[in-house]
Design a protein around this ligand. Structure first.
Ligand SMILES: [Zn+2]
Ligand SMILES: [Zn+2]
Length: 345
């Protein structure tokens, strides 16, 4: 089968690989129909994630059809149409029992990381019963690919951890796919203000279409002043960090109002200054989280009822044969205006 293989920092190739086989009774092999590329895949390609070793098939998002199942799989059978969660959960360990699937002692985020992933014709899914989700036959596959990772991530790490409330004010720093997913799902709670902050006018324009009440291009260094002006000098109740660099986290530290929450989503590669000299008295909360994908069943229902349309995040479409071009397009988002790219396997 064809698969996108990581070969070490800045190296990848579309190669022929053997079709995966059942390795444990709880495994399923899924024939991938649609997958995508995540910002995290670009981090891997930069060499930022040592857990992902050369030779690995990348990708942790997708939908497909169950091809074969191990003897221990009870909930799925060949032919079932499924959504693949980016998080594999055994369902039994201490963390899984606490619904912290991301910290599953034998699972978590392993797909396209420590085991082969979804950017291929077939993928082996461990703990299939608790890591796959059945989808109705008439579902829009492309929309559901957004539910493997980015929607649960934006919702759980940004909106839930950020305690977005009716009538509250929210600032989201970073209008990439994850920031936009947080924007879409923040609206479940009807906050009064959702201010999107980014350097890219195209992404801010998208944010406006997705329901942002104000957008700020922060390239002039005046984002803080502008947010204070929009919030009667208070700052925001929820500041969501959706980039993963020191400057954007430190901006959140300045944007948050007394009593507010900074919800980090970004993958940080370097240390960030924590300004306790200004924050110690402000009753704030700082949260971090790796997505647990516990909200996936809820999000499937929301998408089915057309309350949100995650398909709006898709800007480009490719065949698996063109996945090298898809990476080029996704990695050069400022130029190509790419958000999420769909790859048809
Ligand atoms: Zn991802
Ligand atoms: Zn577990």
């Amino acid at each position: 089968m064809k698969a996108l293989v990581y070969l070490g920092p800045n190296k990848k190739t579309l190669d022929q690989r053997p079709k995966p086989e059942i390795a444990a009774p709880t495994d399923a092999i899924v024939k991938v129909s649609k997958t995508t590329i995540c910002g995290t895949d670009l981090h891997i390609l930069k060499g930022d994630l040592p857990s992902c070793q050369p030779g690995r098939v990348l990708g942790h998002e997708g939908v497909g059809i169950v091809d074969t199942v191990g003897k221990g799989v009870a909930a799925f059978k060949p032919g079932d149409h499924v959504l693949i969660s980016c998080i594999s959960a055994c369902g039994k360990c201490m963390y899984c029992r606490k619904l912290m699937y991301s910290h599953c002692t034998t699972g978590g985020w392993i797909l396209g990381n420590s085991i082969d992933g979804t950017q291929a014709e077939f993928v082996r899914i461990p703990y299939a019963d608790t890591s796959l989700y059945r989808i109705p036959a008439d579902s829009d596959e492309e929309a559901l690919v957004m539910l493997s990772d980015i929607l649960p991530t934006g919702f759980e790490c940004g909106v839930l951890n950020g305690k977005v409330q009716p009538g509250s004010s929210v600032a989201i720093v970073g209008a990439g796919p994850i920031g936009l997913a947080a924007l879409l799902t923040a609206q479940f709670y009807s906050p009064a203000d959702i201010i999107m902050i980014d350097l890219d006018d195209n992404r801010l324009e998208m944010a406006q279409r997705f329901g942002a009440t104000a957008v700020i291009n922060s390239s002039d260094g005046k984002a803080l002043d502008k947010v204070l002006k929009l919030t009667d000098q208070r700052g925001v109740d929820t500041a969501i960090e959706a980039v993963g660099i020191p400057a954007t986290f430190e901006l959140c530290e300045k944007l948050v109002a007394p009593g507010g929450t900074i919800a980090n989503i970004g993958v940080h590669g370097t240390k960030v200054n924590l300004h306790l000299e200004t924050l110690w008295s402000r009753n704030i909360t700082i949260t971090t989280r790796l997505v647990d994908a516990v909200s996936t069943p809820m999000l499937l229902n929301v998408v089915r009822s057309n309350k949100i349309d995650p398909k709006l995040l898709i800007t480009h479409r490719f065949k698996l044969d063109q996945i090298m071009d898809a990476y080029e397009t996704f990695a050069n988002a400022a130029k190509t205006k790419a958000l999420k790219v769909i790859i048809e396997a």
